[in-house]
Design a protein around this ligand. Structure first.
Ligand code: AMP
Length: 184
């Protein structure tokens, strides 16, 4: 496990674009497409995550739709693990299990395939990844879903943590949480 020094965090943060008032007034959207466009920065991030997780006995990386797919699939391939998509309701074609979570107004739901974690291990270790944690509602539902599906969500990783929303405090304490970049 290796952590980034301040200079490296500043470097990655400088590659993320702030888009004000998207998708609605008052929100500052953290746009990671500018980081993905920079091949050195994208590679630096994935290599960092690889070094952080390579000795953690991860069997699956699970990415949350949709930006979690990008980092999750790249990291799973680097770690030589399997990748599992966690999707919004109604997108996965086979039999699914789901978990509801509250939004500011109403509910949303995440799903995975019922056999997503079937493998030669009884309770495989899963690393959950998403681009950003805000209130933590999405990540909490995803962790609960992974555990409900018979796996062990041993780790959860976020590229950006909006610290002032305290999202990680809502997550299951059994998972090890790592936020690469914190915004206070
Ligand atoms: P939450 O459930 O409140 O933690 O929201 C996390 C999900 O919403 C993640 O999948 C993020 O990609 C997305 N999200 C929330 N706030 C932002 C933001 N300010 N910029 C970019 N993505 C966001």
């Amino acid at each position: 496990m290796s952590l980034l020094i301040d200079e490296e965090k500043k470097y990655l943060l400088s590659k993320i674009r702030d888009v004000k008032d998207f998708p609605k007034p008052g929100i500052v959207f953290k746009d990671i497409t500018t980081l993905l466009k920079d091949k050195e920065a994208f590679n630096f991030l994935i290599e960092h995550l690889y070094n952080y997780y390579k000795d953690r006995d991860i069997d699956f990386v699970a990415g949350i739709e949709s930006r979690g797919f990008i980092f999750g699939a790249a990291l799973a391939n680097r770690l030589k693990t399997s990748f599992t998509p966690i999707r919004k309701k109604g997108k996965l074609p086979y039999t699914t299990i789901s978990e509801k979570y509250a939004l500011e107004y109403g509910f949303d739901e995440v799903e995975i395939h019922i056999d997503a974690f079937e493998c030669d291990k009884e309770r495989p270790n899963v690393l959950l990844i998403d681009d950003l944690i805000a209130t933590g509602g999405t990540a909490k539902a995803a962790i609960d879903l992974i555990n409900k599906a018979g796996a062990n969500c041993s780790d959860a990783c976020f590229i950006i943590d909006l610290k002032f929303l305290n999202g990680t405090e809502n997550l299951d304490k059994k998972s090890d949480i790592y936020s690469v970049l914190e915004i206070s």
